[in-house]
Design a protein around this ligand. Structure first.
Ligand code: URA
Length: 262
């Protein structure tokens, strides 16, 4: 076997270049999880089935309790108190400091629904008060919507590490979100980000496809419905500022719709 000719000087020069660029370790293309010892498939299947049965039974009870509490709230203030007293959301026991329900105008024409509280919201007890929230406020104001929105989230407790809330966590909180919708009776709903859009509309399309397209949010029970507009999340805009133009178009569409519908 003949080894390929090795140009030592060229190799050293390339290594020096990588080192100066900050590359100080070598990895394989795909990560290797060396901490994981896979249990035999049969045990895995039993564990999965058990976890799913326990989660379903538990969340069924919690959803029923959330519905009962939400139905008993006749004002947005009472709804906030009901949420604070509700113990059925699993996120409560995962490190959240307090319930985060709403901020904004309780007579607003627009209901804004985001994903869930982050660290700043968890500390201050109000939704969208961090960096992303400030950007959202600025854009709403530019579109002439300042003071015309009531803001909440699909879940009221901060998911650990700011992860996306699971559909089960959103389902447990949904009766409260729906009650806010019934009590506010907004002219329009702005769905901020993929998690809120998918959860509220019950669809599984990507946000890039959904955004900018008006849908109707109609509750199964009760006669409440309103046009709902999915848009991109402001946290995404902080990473991808060019996408602001799409959200700007969505907010102008929202403002125009409010004008047309009076
Ligand atoms: N992101 C959200 O979706 N909601 C908040 O309240 C804050 C950040």
């Amino acid at each position: 076997m003949t080894l390929p000719h090795l140009d030592t000087a060229a190799a050293e020069s390339l290594l020096a270049f990588w080192r100066d660029a900050g590359v100080d370790a070598c990895f394989e293309d795909a990560p290797v999880d060396r901490t994981h010892v896979a249990p035999p498939p049969a045990i895995k299947a039993v564990a999965r089935a058990t976890a799913s049965i326990v989660a379903t039974a538990h969340s069924g009870d919690a959803v029923a309790e959330a519905r009962r509490l939400a139905a008993g709230a006749d004002t947005l203030e009472a709804l906030g108190a009901a949420i604070t007293g509700f113990e059925g959301c699993p996120l409560r026991g995962m490190g959240a400091q307090q319930a985060v329900f709403c901020r904004g105008n309780p007579q607003a024409e627009v209901l804004v629904i985001g994903e869930g509280p982050g660290a700043e919201e968890d500390a201050r007890g109000q939704p969208f008060v961090g960096k992303a929230g400030k950007l959202l406020d600025r854009m709403l104001a530019e579109a002439g919507l300042e003071g015309r929105v009531f803001i909440t989230n699909t879940v009221f407790w901060r998911p650990p590490g700011n992860r996306t809330p699971t559909p089960a966590e959103q389902a447990v909180c949904a009766p409260f979100v729906e009650r806010a919708f019934v009590l506010l009776k907004p002219k329009a709903v702005l769905l901020v980000g993929a998690a809120a859009s998918k959860s509220v509309l019950g669809v599984d399309e990507g946000i890039m496809r959904l955004r900018g397209q008006w849908k109707e949010w109609r509750l199964a029970e009760g006669a409440v419905s309103a046009p709902a507009l999915p848009t991109l999340h402001p946290a995404f805009l902080l990473r991808q500022p060019l996408a602001k133009r799409q959200v700007w178009a969505d907010l102008l569409s929202l403002a125009a719709r409010l004008q047309v519908d009076g």
